[in-house]
Write a protein that binds this ligand. Structure first.
Ligand SMILES: NC(=O)C1=CN([C@@H]2O[C@H](COP(=O)(O)OP(=O)(O)OC[C@H]3O[C@@H](n4cnc5c(N)ncnc54)[C@H](OP(=O)(O)O)[C@@H]3O)[C@@H](O)[C@H]2O)C=CC1
Ligand SMILES: CC(C)(CO)C(=O)C(=O)O
Length: 317
């Protein structure tokens, strides 16, 4: 293209749809909004979102859709629902995914591409791991306490996506995504589950009564991750525990927030994923199994309570 044409040709602004406008979806939408046309795909009333990033409170500059009706394919779909809700966003993906769409999966756990294989082939999925601390404190308001980083699998889609993101949210391109995702999964399997079970923030890692349980979960997780091809250093479990000790003491995990709000828990994609891999590779993970069972019992109880609350509201209405 000549220099003249380059100047007069209208620039195509990339289009992005964020499906799952909770804590992480809102932070990422905000970070994309300067360089792309962003649509927030929300269920319920189509209100805009506000965000508070370390005291800077503002409205997210994005369109809002409450239903997929009338939407067409976009350049990028960013999926930020909890892993267990991925199947439910099928109607959004039907509308938004076309032959040139890349789906960015920003979720804890592993198996990101498999979860959306019905809608998009693996080569057009960009899996990502999230290192952000955020919470949706009201229906239309998210607080971001640490605008950390995203880690995405290296490739052409990764560089193009990174170029769209405000540099204040760093995007790290990782060659070994297996090691990256298993490292986070092993930590989430211990930290998210034990904070949710004890109803305590990250300070629980230092409790001498609970610390041995952290150690056992991490050691089993590391053994399974290694069997799955993650390349972890010698003494990885202790290293992970030290990393957890460095996290803000009064911060919640996403699973603790879900427990406190009476929402379904993501454990089937955390401890559940570790157990599935352990069964396949023949690695023993008895502590992970016990803790998984406890969280499952908690999840069912929270669900029953949520249903009872809904019923009460219906009766009162
Ligand atoms: N929060 C954090 O600090 C961190 C989270 N993560 C991971 O990031 C991922 C996203 O977590 P997070 O942002 O915390 O989760 P949230 O629960 O805050 O947000 C998920 C959003 O998805 C929406 N949703 C669920 N089902 C549907 C549906 N069928 N259609 C449309 N929207 C739907 C929910 O809507 P509604 O509001 O209506 O319920 C909710 O707003 C998870 O895998 C989590 O583990 C990782 C690191 C840190
Ligand atoms: C690492 C941690 C605990 C950070 O918030 C997380 O991934 C989560 O809350 O799901």
């Amino acid at each position: 293209m000549t220099e003249y044409l380059r100047r007069v040709a209208p620039r195509h602004r990339p289009t992005v749809a964020v499906v799952g406008v909770g804590a992480i979806g809102t932070v990422v939408a905000d970070a994309l909004s300067a360089r792309a046309d962003v649509t927030l795909c929300r269920r319920g009333p189509s209100a805009p979102m506000a965000i508070d990033v370390s005291g800077d409170l503002h409205r997210v500059d994005a369109a809002v859709a409450a239903t997929p009706d009338g939407l067409g394919p976009v350049d990028w779909v960013v999926v930020t629902v909890k892993a267990q809700d991925t199947r439910d966003i099928g109607p959004w993906l039907d509308a938004l995914v076309g032959p040139a769409t890349t789906v960015v999966m920003l979720q804890n756990g592993i198996g990101h591409a498999e979860r959306v294989s019905e809608w998009v082939p693996a080569e057009r999925v960009l899996p990502g791991i999230v290192y952000i601390a955020a919470e949706k404190i009201e229906r239309d308001l998210v607080v971001c306490r640490d605008l950390g980083a995203l880690a995405v699998a290296t490739g052409p889609a990764a560089s193009s996506f990174a170029a769209l993101v405000d540099p204040r949210l760093s995007v790290r391109l990782v060659d070994d995504f297996v090691t990256e995702s298993w490292t986070k999964l092993v930590m989430n399997s211990a930290l998210n589950t034990l904070t949710a079970l004890t109803d305590r923030t990250m300070e629980v890692t230092a409790d001498p009564a609970v610390r041995p349980l952290f150690r056992a979960l991490l050691a089993e997780g590391v053994a399974v991750a290694t069997a799955e091809g993650a390349r972890l250093p010698e003494g990885a479990a202790e290293l992970f525990l030290a990393r957890m000790d460095g996290l803000p003491r009064n911060s919640a995990t996403s699973m603790l927030l879900d427990r406190r709000a009476g929402r379904p828990l993501e454990h089937n994609y955390l401890t559940g994923a570790v157990l599935a891999a352990a069964a396949l590779s023949g690695v023993a993970a008895p502590t992970v199994a016990l803790v998984h069972g406890l969280v499952d019992a908690l999840d069912n109880r929270e669900l029953r309570l949520a249903l009872a609350r809904e019923l009460e509201e219906l009766v009162a209405a």
